[in-house]
Design a protein around this ligand. Structure first.
Ligand SMILES: *[C@@H]1O[C@H](CO)[C@@H](O)[C@H](O)[C@H]1NC(C)=O
Ligand SMILES: *[C@@H]1O[C@H](CO)[C@@H](O)[C@H](O)[C@H]1NC(C)=O
Length: 363
């Protein structure tokens, strides 16, 4: 409705009859006119705004401090309310916060040859073909002393069964996600893919070793990386990808990084804490972190055709190839087929070559 005498009053009020003078009164006295429809409308608008923000932020992968990001980080975040024993890793008996020495392992390396995977899901579901390849590749080419698979629901399906057959040393560890540290609740992430970001850091602070995303195909031994106190791969000149981390449990870098999750967690800024913060820290504390330039996180998302597309890439010099399947899907408007045995025998992308090497023992 629109009234001539109070030109700025617009009221959405269906099914009720408000006399004109009430409209002006309402405006003048700042009263809120409760109607049956308005709470629903406000609710719907809020949902729409949040959804739109989500889509905009994730589509643009906003990496600068835009006003939208600042606004959302200030007003649209939530924190867990429960910091009980199961969710605060600093309360676990294994947590060590004293005598932070960088001791060599019995095999002569700083970082133990242990692999960690993290899998937190809403519902129990199948392990994908890609996840299966990733785990088998880590087992085969890293030859680790242990592989831990932290999860709330164990995966299922034929690919999971195959992993259990081929990698009998894999230890499933049921646990709740870490949401608190030092009794402080950490802001809940908003982008699904970020949900294990904090836990990567705490997992390595707990045991040390090699954290891998479940779409990282290992190509060769990481031994040359295991004598740095902490290693992460550069994705571009000034940004890392934390899909592969190789760190000693007492690495000073992990503690600096964790501090940012406590005090400076920008959940609405895609990749801020997982991608940019480590790069800033590396600039200030180069002694604490080894940035592996090309052999962990290249090809990157901008070079995705070299992984999934027709462009060829010499992956044999890499330590690993991060498949970035989500980026590949979004580049193709999600119109890509799910890889399987048939797919890898029909195509000759870097991915298919890697997959055939793992599953068909091709050279
Ligand atoms: C790792 O570095 C230490 C010194 O910091 C050295 O004593 C050890 O031999 C190195 N290990 C390997 C396998 O290079
Ligand atoms: C696949 O591509 C690689 C190099 O890009 C080449 O060496 C190989 O012969 C190709 N294999 C097939 C089956 O076309």
């Amino acid at each position: 409705m629109h009234d001539q005498r109070c030109a700025y009053v617009y009221i959405h009020c269906e099914g009720c009859n408000i006399p004109e003078e009430y409209l002006c009164m309402e405006y003048n006295y700042g009263l809120v006119f409760e109607t049956q429809k308005s709470p629903k409308l406000i609710g719907i608008s809020l949902v729409v705004i949040i959804l739109l923000s989500y889509i905009v932020c994730s589509a643009l992968h906003l990496s600068t401090e835009s006003w939208l990001v600042v606004f959302l980080n200030t007003f649209a975040t939530t924190k867990p309310t429960d910091c009980s024993k199961g969710t605060d890793f600093t309360k676990r008996p294994s947590f060590n916060n004293n005598h932070l020495t960088l001791d060599l392992g019995s095999d002569g390396y700083l970082v133990p040859n242990i692999v960690h995977y993290i899998w937190y899901v809403d519902n129990r579901h199948d392990l994908s073909f890609i996840n299966m390849l990733a785990i088998i590749s880590a087992d085969r080419f890293l030859n680790p002393t242990a592989i831990y698979f932290y999860c709330n629901h164990k995966p299922k399906g034929p690919n999971w069964d195959r992993v259990m057959r081929k990698v009998p040393s894999l230890a499933v560890v049921h646990q709740r996600p870490v949401t608190c540290v030092y009794g402080t609740p950490i802001t809940n992430p908003v982008f699904g893919p970020s949900s294990s970001d904090l836990e990567r850091v705490t997992t390595l602070m707990d045991k040390g070793g090699i954290y891998l995303d479940l779409d990282v195909i290992v190509v060769r031994s990481f031994d040359p990386l295991r004598n740095h106190s902490c290693t992460v791969g550069l994705e571009t000149r000034d940004k890392v990808n934390s899909g592969v981390l190789v760190c000693h449990r007492n690495s000073p870098f992990l503690r600096l990084w964790l501090e940012h999750y406590i005090a400076d967690y920008k959940v609405w800024m895609w990749n801020y804490n997982a991608g940019w913060v480590p790069a800033y820290l590396a600039e200030r504390y180069p002694e604490y972190i080894h940035l592996e330039p090309n052999r962990l996180q290249r090809p990157n998302g901008d070079e995705i055709d070299m992984i999934w597309g027709p462009e060829s890439f010499n992956w044999r010099d890499n330590y690993a190839v991060h498949l970035l399947v989500r980026t590949w899907r979004s580049k193709n408007l999600f119109m890509v087929e799910e890889p399987n045995m048939d797919y890898i025998s029909r195509t000759n992308s870097t991915f298919s070559q890697l997959a055939r090497r793992i599953i068909l023992n091709q050279p």
